[in-house]
Each structure stands twice: as C-alpha cells, then as structure tokens.
Design a protein around this ligand. Structure first.
Ligand code: SF4
Ligand code: SF4
Length: 380
C-alpha cells in the first residue's frame, strides 16, 4: 500500500468509502455485515488505514456498521471520518444532537477526520449563517479533542466554494471533491484543485470511478484505455488520480471483495500517467462527455424528495445505458422490471429533486427526454 503524508501522520492513499456496501435483499438499509466485515478485515490486513462513512449513507445505517466493524480493532490502528449532513437543511439547527449521536453510532469518543458534508449552492448560506453556529460548534469539538482534523466536501461550483472558503478557510485542513478523469473537465475539478491550492490544503477524492461508471465504459473507450498499458480501465482511472500531486486521499466506495482486491492491488504502486497517456485519457474523457449522458452518481439524495416516488437514479441509469450502449432490448427489459406508474412519464416536472442533486442534473428534463424516447425503442 502506498502511504501519503498528511501533517504528522501517514494515510493509506486508498481509503475505504462505505456508501455502497454489500446489502441483503436489495435493501439499501440492510447492510450485509458478514461480507462487510470480511472487506474490512481484508482492507486492514492490506494496509488501508482510512475508513470513510457519513450520517446519510445506507439510510443512516453505514455509521453503525462501520462502528461495529472497527470496534474489533485497536482505536489507534485506523483513521475514521464521518460528516455533518448539512445537505438536508433541516439538520442545520441540530449540529450538537447529530454529532453526539454519531459518536454513539460509531461507538467512539473522537473522530480522526470530520467533514462539513456536501457544500453546494443550496446550503452554503445556511452553513455561513451565524444563527446555526455550525463552524463554531465543530471548531469547539476540535479544541476538545473530539475531532482531530476538520475539513469539508463540496459539490458546489467554484464561486460557492470560494464563498465557503472565505469564512471556513482558516479552519479547513482538507477538501474532498468529486474527481476522476471525466469530472476533471465536466465539473471543473481542475479549477477546484487550483482553488484548494490557494488555501494550501490537500485534496481528498470522492467518486474516483463516478459511481462505478468508469469501471464499465463502452467497448470503444475500453479499447482506447487498455491500449495504453494493457491494464483494466479501473486501474487507469486510479492511475489518472495518482498523476495529480495535490491528491492525498482517494476514497473508493467498494461494494464487494473483488473490487477491493483489485483496488488494493493497484495501490501497491504509484504509477502516474506519462504525458502521452494523460493526453489520451483526457481525450477519452472529453469524448465521453460529448456523448450526452447524465452524470448521476446514484447518491440517492433526490429520491426522498420525489413527489411521484420515482426511483430517479435507476431511471437515469437506464437512460444513460441507452445513450451510451444503445441496446434497446436492455433498456426495455430494465423498464419492464419497474412498475409502469413509476416510469419516466409519471414525472410532473415539480423539480423538487433538482434542488438537492449535487450534480445539478436537470432531472425533470431527463425524465421528459426519456419518456419521449421510450415509444421509439424497438426490441431488435
Ligand atoms: S421533477 Fe419529476 S422526478 Fe423530480 S421530484 Fe418532481 S416528479 Fe420526481
Ligand atoms: S439524480 Fe442527482 S441526486 Fe439523484 S441520484 Fe443522481 S446524482 Fe444523486
């Protein structure tokens, strides 16, 4: 395992993200503890020392299971991070209540890393509003030793991050952004790194594979990427991240042992891309973006806001597959497995979902496009 220096500690360059743990009966809230514990054991044995969870992951169950998994190890043998769920504005007055509950859920008396979660256009003003005292509260917890390092994650655009930095900047020790070879351009992660650099803090990476999408690219991109080194596309996505010097931590939300083994194998070595490889990976990214798919990461922040109870990420997943793979029968089969009343044409364009989407996806427009496209798809 490669390690990166952060202040006076050494962090494994790969961290275990616990947003997509294995589940039972397809139920996101029922984490398969046996399989999860096996993954923790493998990660610990192979040098991963950073474990990332959050209040909202797995319908608020991730912190509990992560706590149980880590309880089996000495407290000083790992670093754990969790986050304040300010993506939901109703949590703003509850910083203390939530923080105390998180310590309880994780069965810990301090967190190594704590993040202000998902700073974006919708919540930045609330994060800055002195009435909620979010910054003061967490700075106080740090003084008390209950947080060792304070940082934030951001899905907002650069001006929003700048606004946040102006107030929180002096207290922030790291910043987590969505970074992969597609979002380097699509979400201007490149520009965000430049901004983070101004504050002299390291970059934490989330969604290195864009919710798994970059592990499963279409054949034409797979050929271009594997032609570079004869290595799998997933490895190339991580090698891209290893080429960015500002990146200290890469969090991968691993769902099974196979992914974990492959990722850990990749992180045994630091093999950044050379100039020609970097050029080609960036060209692939630009071509992918041009294809018109929607950058949904299946975070599911939107689903509880949908007035029609649509499974938005599932529908967008089908839409993207259709746009990317153009396999009508696959799309039609996928739709057949969904209740007709929950198809894209049920969307009433209320846009409630769009207000919480960290990717700023115009979900109602996607639903309309998909609904219009479906009658034209033929089994072939
Ligand atoms: S715009 Fe459509 S998908 Fe979004 S919340 Fe409204 S009904 Fe649901
Ligand atoms: S549409 Fe947006 S909020 Fe909903 S799952 Fe996708 S990325 Fe998340």
């Amino acid at each position: 395992m490669i390690y990166k220096k952060f202040q006076d500690i050494e962090l494994s360059a790969l961290g275990f993200g616990t947003m997509r743990l294995p589940v039972l009966d397809g139920d996101n809230s029922k984490i398969d503890e046996e399989k999860t514990f096996e993954m923790f054991d493998y990660a610990m044995k192979n040098g991963v020392n950073y474990y990332d969870t959050a209040w909202g992951y797995h319908d608020e169950m991730s912190e509990i299971v992560v706590g149980k998994a880590l309880k089996r190890y000495p407290r000083d043998s790992f670093y754990v991070s969790t986050k304040f769920p300010g993506y939901d504005l109703s949590n703003m007055p509850k910083a203390e209540e939530i923080f105390e509950k998180q310590l309880e859920k994780l069965q810990m008396d301090y967190f190594d890393f704590y993040l202000i979660h998902n700073v974006n256009e919708m919540n930045v003003d609330a994060y800055l509003d002195p009435k909620f005292g979010i910054l003061d509260y967490f700075v106080k917890q740090k003084e008390l030793g209950r947080i060792k390092h304070l940082g934030f994650s951001a899905h907002g655009v650069i001006p929003t991050m700048e606004k946040f930095f102006k107030v929180y900047g002096p207290h922030m020790e790291f910043c987590q952004i969505q970074l992969n070879y597609v979002d380097y351009f699509y979400q201007d992660a490149k520009g965000k790194i430049d901004l983070i650099n101004k504050y002299n803090i390291p970059v934490w990476v989330m969604e290195p594979l864009r919710g798994g999408k970059l592990a499963n690219v279409s054949e034409v991109y797979e050929k271009r990427l594997t032609a570079l080194r004869g290595k799998p596309v997933t490895e190339m996505a991580f090698r891209f991240l290893q080429s960015i010097p500002e990146v200290t931590m890469t969090l991968s939300g691993m769902s099974d042992m196979e992914q974990m083994k492959a990722n850990i194998e990749t992180y045994k070595t630091d093999e950044p891309l050379n100039e020609a490889e970097m050029k080609e990976v960036c060209a692939v990214a630009k071509d992918m973006i041009a294809e018109g798919t929607v950058p949904c990461t299946a975070c599911r922040y939107c689903t509880s806001y949908c007035t029609k109870e649509l499974d938005i990420p599932r529908l967008i997943g089908l839409y993207n597959d259709q746009m990317f793979l153009k396999l009508n029968f696959m799309t039609l089969m996928g739709l057949a497995a969904i209740d007709k009343a929950k198809h894209p044409d049920a969307c009433v364009a209320c846009k409630k979902c769009e207000q919480v989407c960290p990717q700023n996806i115009k979900i109602s427009e996607v639903m309309k496009k998909f609904a219009d496209m479906i009658p034209t798809l033929k089994m072939e």
